[in-house]
Design a protein around this ligand. Structure first.
Ligand SMILES: *Cc1c(COP(=O)(O)O)cnc(C)c1O
Length: 254
C-alpha cells in the first residue's frame, strides 16, 4: 500500500527533523544538504504527492522507470523544473536514454561511459551533471569504481579532459560537468559502519575539487540513505538519497 499524502507529510516531517538534527551536530546549514526523493518502485501518484510536499529532486535506479515518470517535464512547487537523478548502474546500451531523461547521473564508473555520454549530450545539445560512483563500502555486489583504483581513475580523467573552459567544463567533455562522487554505505544495519567509507569519499572529492580545472565544480558528495543519512551528513554529504523514510517499503514483486 502506498502512503497517502497525509502519511507522506508526517514521514517528511520526521525525516526533516533527522536531517536538521544531523546538520546541527555537524555545524552545517540545512541548505547545504539536498534531499533526493528516491521514488523507485513507487507509482507516478507518489511522485505527485511528493511534489505537492515540495520535492524538487527525484532519484530512480532504472532508466526505463525514470523515463516513465520523468520524460514529461514537471514543475516543482518552487517554480523550478523537477530534476531527475539516475542513481543505479546504467548499462552501456542504456546510457543514451539515461542522458536524455536525467539531469544528473550518480553512477558513472568508466571512461567509456564518460566518452559515450559526451557524444550523446553533444548531439542533444545538453549539459549533464555526472558523479562517479565509488565502491567505498567494498561490497562485492555493489557497482562503482574499486576503492583502490578511484584516485587513479580520476587522475586519468583529468588528463583526458584537457583544459578547463571558462564555465567550468572541459575542452574534451564540454557537455559534461564533473560534479563529485557517490557511494552506497555498508549495508550492515549499523550506520556507524559507513562512517569510514563516507570520510574516504570526502577526502577524495576534496582533493580533486582543489585541483580546479575540469574539477572546478566537483563539489558534490552523494551519500546517505534512510539508514545512515545522519552519519553521511556529519561526514559532508551534500545529497542524501532517501526512499524508504519518505515513501515506505518498496514492493519488489511489482
Ligand atoms: C534504493 C536506493 C536508495 C534509497 O534507499 P532507502 O534505504 O530506501 O532510503 C538510495 N540510493 C541508491 C543507489 C538506491 O538504489
Amino acid at each position: 500500500m502506498e502512503f497517502t499524502l497525509e502519511e507522506m507529510r508526517e514521514h517528511l516531517a520526521a525525516l526533516e527533523a533527522r536531517i536538521s538534527d544531523a546538520c546541527k551536530i555537524a555545524g552545517r546549514s540545512r541548505d547545504s544538504v539536498k534531499l533526493v526523493w528516491v521514488s523507485k518502485f513507487h507509482p507516478a501518484e507518489a511522485v505527485e504527492n511528493a511534489i505537492a510536499l515540495g520535492a524538487t529532486d527525484f532519484g530512480e535506479n532504472r532508466v526505463q522507470e525514470a523515463e516513465l515518470k520523468f520524460s514529461e517535464p514537471r514543475m516543482a512547487k518552487d517554480g523550478s523544473r523537477v530534476r531527475c537523478h539516475v542513481i543505479g548502474p546504467v548499462q552501456s546500451n542504456k546510457l543514451k536514454k539515461a542522458a536524455i531523461v536525467a539531469d544528473c547521473i550518480h553512477s558513472i564508473a568508466s571512461i567509456e561511459a564518460v566518452e559515450k555520454l559526451e557524444k550523446v549530450c553533444a548531439a542533444q545539445d545538453k549539459t549533464l551533471d555526472i558523479l562517479f560512483q565509488v565502491n567505498a563500502g567494498e561490497e562485492e555486489t555493489k557497482s562503482g569504481l574499486d576503492v583502490h583504483e578511484a584516485e587513479a581513475f580520476l587522475a586519468d580523467l583529468e588528463k583526458r579532459a584537457g583544459a578547463a573552459t571558462a564555465d567550468g567544463k572541459s575542452e574534451n567533455f564540454p557537455h559534461l560537468r564533473f560534479r563529485g562522487l557517490m557511494t552506497i554505505g555498508k549495508n550492515t544495519g549499523v550506520a556507524e559502519d559507513s562512517r569510514e567509507c563516507f570520510a574516504f569519499l570526502r577526502a577524495l572529492q576534496q582533493k580533486f575539487l582543489a585541483k580546479g580545472g575540469a574539477f572546478a565544480h566537483f563539489d558534490q558528495l552523494s551519500m546517505g540513505m534512510t539508514g545512515d543519512l545522519e552519519v553521511a551528513i556529519e561526514e559532508g554529504s551534500t545529497m542524501i538519497r532517501v526512499g524508504t523514510a519518505l515513501f515506505g517499503e518498496r514492493d519488489y514483486s511489482k
